[in-house]
Design a binder for this molecule. Structure first.
Ligand SMILES: Cc1cc2nc3c(=O)[nH]c(=O)nc-3n(C[C@H](O)[C@H](O)[C@H](O)COP(=O)(O)OP(=O)(O)OC[C@H]3O[C@@H](n4cnc5c(N)ncnc54)[C@H](O)[C@@H]3O)c2cc1C
Ligand code: FES
Length: 245
């Protein structure tokens, strides 16, 4: 992880509150599920964003894409940037998805679609059979043009049928915790693997403040893990959801 100066290469409004921001920098590599942390104007705390695409271009430069949904001042600042504006980014952060060569279902709920687009690209490159679905709260939230099935409501209701229909062996998902919890539990019930990209409000973003800690269980041992450094991707079978605490 390093600090880079990112130059806005392109910026495009996707919906009424979501913007695609393409950043040129000297970042050398990135994997799906990893994220960047952006200094938004003069705010002290950086804001985390999943990497939605990454490609190397000429002269040791690369382009990375994030999708920004407006929540407050930081995301508003990013959504209003102009081409050639400069921002400071820390990248790449966290541990991304661990790709398995098995029939894969990718689930993006809301802005959770962002890392799924990058994962899909990586799976396609490796010719791994995959299927992406996205769910949005209502029609005006729908980010068009990417997914094979866009559902205007909950993605979870459709999952069990899709998993059986497509003979899915692993589910990768990103979205609000409540959705990930349902997906993790469904996969456990159906005895298939899941990798879930978790989100929590973050302070330091680099594993120091312990503000983003969750409980996990590995080999029968319960411990804590920080989403920003140990995650954000965890196996659905490892996460101890809040109701169990
Ligand atoms: C690992 C990770 C990846 C993320 N990827 C993306 C992404 O690809 N695209 C994207 O648009 N957003 C993403 N987020 C969420 C994004 O970081 C926040 O929306 C952003 O930091 C809000 O900053 P702000 O200054 O605009 O709002 P603030 O003024 O900081 O907050 C406004 C409101 O949003 C809430 N909020 C802040 N952070 C989060 C959060 N993480 N989850 C839910 N609510 C939050 C606050 O509690 C508050 O109510 C990600 C978060 C994490 C932890
Ligand atoms: S945000 Fe500080 S440890 Fe994760």
């Amino acid at each position: 992880m390093k600090e880079y100066t990112g130059k806005i290469y392109n910026i495009e409004k996707l919906t009424h509150d979501t913007t695609k921001v393409v950043i040129e920098s000297a970042l050398d590599s990135a994997h799906s599920g990893q994220f960047i942390s952006v200094l938004c104007e003069n705010r002290t705390l950086r804001r985390p964003f999943s990497i939605s695409d990454f490609e190397k271009i000429e002269n040791n430069k690369s382009l990375l894409t994030i999708l920004v949904k407006i929540k407050g001042k930081g995301t508003e600042f990013l959504s209003n940037l102009k081409i050639n504006d400069e921002i400071s980014i820390l990248a790449p952060l966290g541990n991304g998805f661990s790709i398995k060569e098995e029939a894969s279902l990718l689930v993006g709920a809301g802005i959770g679609i962002a890392p799924m687009l990058f994962l899909k690209k990586e799976l396609n490159k490796q010719n791994i059979n995959n299927y992406l679905i996205a769910g949005f709260r209502d029609d005006k939230e729908i980010i068009k043009g990417y997914d094979e099935v866009t559902i205007g409501g909950s993605v979870v209701d459709r999952l069990e049928d899709l998993i059986k229909e497509k003979n899915i062996k692993i589910v990768y998902a990103c979205g609000p915790e409540i959705v990930l919890k349902l997906i993790g539990k469904l996969c456990k019930k159906l005895n298939i693997k899941s990798q879930l990209a978790m989100e929590k409000v973050m302070a330091c973003g680099i594993g120091v403040c312990r503000g983003c800690v969750i409980k996990i269980k590995k080999n029968e041992t319960i411990s804590t893990a920080s989403i920003c450094k140990d995650g954000p991707v965890f196996s659905g079978n490892e996460i101890i959801w809040e109701e169990n605490e």
